[in-house]
Design a binder for this molecule. Structure first.
Ligand code: NAP
Length: 272
């Protein structure tokens, strides 16, 4: 029997990538899973109907949706043991070119979405002495060029989580975040460009990245072991370490890395 057996696990953004894999991994460990996404038809089509799975439509950037999502879970199952704030979007555009609405949208989904869901699940998780997890990114440790809004949202998420962890130190509630490295998913296809439209094509060879299943397995293991934080992939660990010890060198290495990316915005407009 696993630690998640018969626990109530709430996951945001389960219609694709890491979120979909998290749902499958939690179900495989015997949990009852409540999951949301905006595209409810897609979400429902991905999983076999089961009394252990609750698929709900919610846009986490809307406080009322988050409130209704969590309320439905507690009304149905009476408890929340684990909340995984996973829903997220990315961007690829230089700050000087991008509409500010893009940065606001990223903060609304990646930061405020996690804050709203955590707020409404708070008393249930306090009662269960459960786990609040945030899916951050290496971009939450190291600002990335062309991703000002994304890095801001993930730094904000980690600051929120760290402060909350300290507030809850003596309550039995565990607060943690995980920072996946590049992971194969849909995130780069729907990443916002200058005007907020999806960039459509990933600049990376997704087949060479960590799989979403592997990423989800590491996250679920980390939740069961109540890890403090998890930084994934060799490249990700190196980036976090280098940035801590040699931040000026990290600026140059990170710049050069993203300059080489296919169709890098750093090249556009002669900025390379
Ligand atoms: N893939 C990577 O390389 C990578 C690396 C580091 C961190 N991460 C983080 O991992 C998390 C999952 O990303 P992913 O790579 O799996 O991306 P993905 O394949 O694009 O999946 C994102 C999920 O979030 C949902 N979502 C987006 N906006 C939402 C909203 N406003 N309300 C509710 N759900 C929303 C999407 O569903 P709908 O569109 O149906 O709403 C989808 O299910 C994100 O927080 C991301 O920042 C990813």
């Amino acid at each position: 029997m696993t630690l998640l057996n018969d626990k109530i696990v709430v996951i945001t953004g389960g219609s694709s990538g890491i979120g979909k894999a998290l749902v499958e991994a939690a179900l495989a460990r015997g949990a009852r899973v409540a999951v949301c996404a905006r595209n409810i038809e897609k979400l429902q089509s991905l999983f076999t109907t089961s009394d252990k799975l609750l698929c709900l439509k919610a846009d986490v950037s809307k406080e009322a949706d988050c409130h209704a999502f969590i309320n439905t879970v507690t009304e149905r199952w009476g408890r929340v043991d684990v909340l995984i704030n996973n829903a997220g979007i990315s961007m690829r555009a230089l700050f000087e070119d991008v509409d500010l609405a893009v940065l606001k949208e990223l903060m609304d989904v990646n930061f405020w979405g996690a804050v709203y869901c955590t707020k409404y699940a708070m008393s249930a998780i306090r009662n269960s002495k459960g786990v609040i997890a945030g899916v951050s990114s290496i971009a939450g440790y190291r600002g990335l060029p062309g991703r000002t809004g994304y890095s801001s949202s993930k730094f904000a998420l980690q600051g929120f989580m760290e402060a909350l962890r300290t507030e809850l130190l003596h309550t039995g509630v565990h607060v943690m975040w995980v920072a996946p490295g590049f992971t194969a998913s849909n995130i780069r296809n729907v990443a916002r460009s200058n005007d907020g439209s999806a960039q459509a094509e990933s600049p990376l060879d997704e087949s060479k990245l960590m799989s979403a299943d592997e990423c989800a397995r590491i996250i679920i293991d980390g939740i069961e072991k109540r890890k403090r934080t998890i930084v994934m992939t060799t490249q990700g660990k190196l980036a976090v370490w280098l940035n801590k010890l040699f931040p000026a060198l990290a600026d140059k290495i990170v710049y050069n890395h993203f300059l080489k990316e296919a169709d890098s915005p750093l090249k556009r407009g002669g900025k390379g």
